[in-house]
Design a protein around this ligand. Sequence first.
Ligand SMILES: *Cc1c(COP(=O)(O)O)cnc(C)c1O
Length: 342
Amino acid sequence: MADLVDLRSDTVTRPPAGMRAAMAAAEVGDDVYGEDPTVNALEERVAALFGHEAALFAPTGSMANQIAIQLVVPPGEELLCDADAHVVTYELGAAAAIGGVSTRTWPAVGADIDPDAVAALVRPDGYPGVPTRAIAVEQTHNRGGGGVVPLSTVESLRAVADEAGLALHCDGARIWHAHVADGVPLATYGALFDTLSVCLSKGLGAPVGSLVVSSAERIARARTIRKRMGGGMRQAGVLAAAGLYALDHHIARLADDHRRAARLAEALAPFGVVAGPVRTNIVPLDLRKAPIDAHALAAAARDRGVLVSVLGPRTARLVTHYDVDDAGIDHAAAVLPTVFRG
Ligand SMILES: *Cc1c(COP(=O)(O)O)cnc(C)c1O
């Protein structure tokens, strides 16, 4: 893989030497006993970043989301989210299969959410309807091309949730990118959500890990749910140390990933395949009018040393991340146009 420019996902990063050194030096204990000082430090740090009382380290973003959903939606009751949301698209039906949670979606609009349309979906308490208990918002929106939900939209959704007595959850796998792109403090986002899940293993470049962020009461319950789901880890400080290192060193640099994604979008703009404005580290490609489909694009790009991700027959994406530098972007920006030129 060393010679390939891997733009499939920001999950493909490998921990750099400094991060590995921090992992090797981590003080550890049994985290199921609450005795891992590095996990405790990470949880306290992330809770404070978002202005919440507590946080819980989880092995994956999917588990962090599903723990949060179980915290705010009882079995048989309802979560509202975007039709393309990760929580209903890429988590293998976990909300239903594990949480017993009913989900209803608004049409896939990425970051471009209409709070009135969401409000219109809310069903009140009382037989025989399924009562709505929570709304989930993805920040940034993955299938929405890394779009950033504007702060004013999040504020309006908060008002919708307050009006109806609902919880507001943020799938913040890439909330760091929204923070860097729009300059909104993490604590400002934190204040608007009842629960958040945030990911260390995407743009931040840690090998593993996400956190659920919420009140002390909810996080105490989250600890039980995590153990029930098989997510209670022991000397997890080795992993938490990677997360602490990432928070220290890898947030501000996301601006480089955004700049590089914009460069790729610019290189592909003449071919009319870039689907929407590129705000963060994802370049979504719409190939409906292109001479080749997504599989042909991926094969041709691979032949030229670039890996792209196939999302559908005529949709693909490029994702910039820690392991792709300017030289890699130069290469991709030079060869991808040749694929479209034929
Ligand atoms: C990657 C991602 C997650 C978490 O995925 P895991 O692979 O389970 O860590 C959650 N939400 C979004 C939007 C993501 O992109």
